[in-house]
Design a protein around this ligand. Structure first.
Ligand code: G3P
Ligand code: CA
Length: 268
C-alpha cells in the first residue's frame, strides 16, 4: 500500500478496514483492530466521540444502544447518548455480545487504548471525528491525545489521517496541526474543490457518488501540502463495486470486508 499522504493518481489502491475489520469482529473495538492486522491489512478506520466527563472513546453511533448493552445495564437512561455517560459507566458496557457470543465482554475502547493497540500492531489509522457538532473542542482534545501518544511526531505523520464530514472540524484540525493529513467525507461539487484544497488532502466520497470524471477532477487539484488531492471511497463491500471504483482511479477503498476487496483487485 502506498502512503496515503501521497494521494498519487495511478498508485496502488490503499485498502482501509472500516471500523476495523468490522465484518469479522465487532466494529470499533480492539478485536476489530487485531482482526485487520491478522488478515494483513495495515490501515484501520475508527470513529471518535466524547463522554460526559471528557474521555475520548471509539464508537460510531451517538447512542450506545446498537453496539452495547446500555439499555440493560442502565435502564431509565434513555436515549442512551454517549455524551450523557461517564467513561466509567461506558467501561461497564459489553460492546461485543451484539456481534456474537465469542466477543462477550469486549469493551468500548478509549481512544488512548485504541491508539496503543494500533501502534502495537504497527497499523495505520484513518481517524474520524464523528458528530463534532455535539462535542465542542473535540478537535483540540483529539490532537492533544494524539500528540501525547506520539502520533504527531514527524515519523508518525504518514501513518495518520484525520477525517470528518464537517468542514468546520477539518479547518480546525488543519489550523491546529498544518502538517497533518486530513480527509473530507463527502462529494463537494467540482466548483468548490479549490476551497477544500486549502484544508484537506483527501476527498472521501460514498462509492455511490463517485465517477471516473469526478476522481480525475479531484486529482487535478493540489492540497495544502502541494500534493494532488487523493480520493478514498466508502463503504465498498463487494467485488464488482471494488473493481469499478478502482477503475475510476481512486487512491483508497474503505471497506468492512478488506479481504474481499483485496481479492477483487488482485484478480483484475
Ligand atoms: O470512513 C468512511 C465512513 O466511515 C463514513 O461513514 O457512517 O461509516 O462513519 P460512517
Ligand atoms: Ca466512520
Amino acid at each position: 500500500t502506498h502512503d496515503a499522504r501521497a494521494g498519487s493518481p495511478g498508485g496502488q489502491v490503499t485498502i482501509v478496514a472500516h471500523r476495523g475489520a468490522s465484518a469479522y469482529a465487532p466494529e470499533n473495538t480492539l478485536p476489530a483492530v487485531d482482526e485487520a492486522a491478522r488478515r494483513g491489512f495495515s490501515w484501520v478506520e475508527n470513529d471518535v466521540q466524547r463522554t460526559k466527563d471528557g474521555e475520548l472513546v471509539v464508537i460510531h453511533d451517538d447512542s450506545l444502544t446498537r453496539t452495547t448493552n446500555a439499555e440493560k445495564v442502565f435502564p431509565g437512561r434513555a436515549p442512551w447518548k454517549v455524551k450523557d455517560f461517564t467513561a466509567a459507566e461506558i467501561a461497564r458496557l459489553d460492546a461485543g455480545s451484539w456481534f456474537g457470543p465469542a466477543y462477550a465482554g469486549t469493551r468500548v475502547p478509549t481512544l488512548k487504548e485504541y491508539l496503543r493497540r494500533v501502534e502495537h500492531n504497527h497499523e495505520k489509522l484513518l481517524l474520524e471525528i464523528k458528530s463534532p457538532e455535539l462535542y465542542p473542542g473535540i478537535e483540540r482534545e483529539t490532537l492533544k491525545l494524539l500528540g501525547n501518544e506520539g502520533w504527531l511526531d514527524r515519523q508518525h505523520l504518514g501513518r495518520l489521517v484525520v477525517q470528518s464530514f464537517s468542514t468546520d472540524s477539518l479547518r480546525i484540525v488543519h489550523d491546529l496541526k498544518p502538517g497533518l493529513t486530513t480527509g473530507y467525507l463527502g462529494t463537494p461539487p467540482a466548483a468548490d474543490l479549490h476551497t477544500y484544497a486549502g484544508f484537506t488532502d483527501l476527498i472521501n466520497p460514498s462509492h455511490k457518488s463517485v465517477s471516473r470524471d469526478y476522481v480525475t477532477t479531484v486529482h487535478s487539484y493540489k492540497g495544502p501540502h502541494g500534493r494532488p488531492l487523493g480520493v478514498f471511497a466508502w463503504t465498498v463491500d463487494d467485488a464488482s463495486t471494488a473493481r469499478n471504483v478502482a477503475g475510476y482511479g481512486v487512491d483508497g477503498i474503505i471497506t468492512n470486508r478488506p479481504d474481499v476487496v483485496r481479492k477483487a483487485l488482485s484478480a483484475s
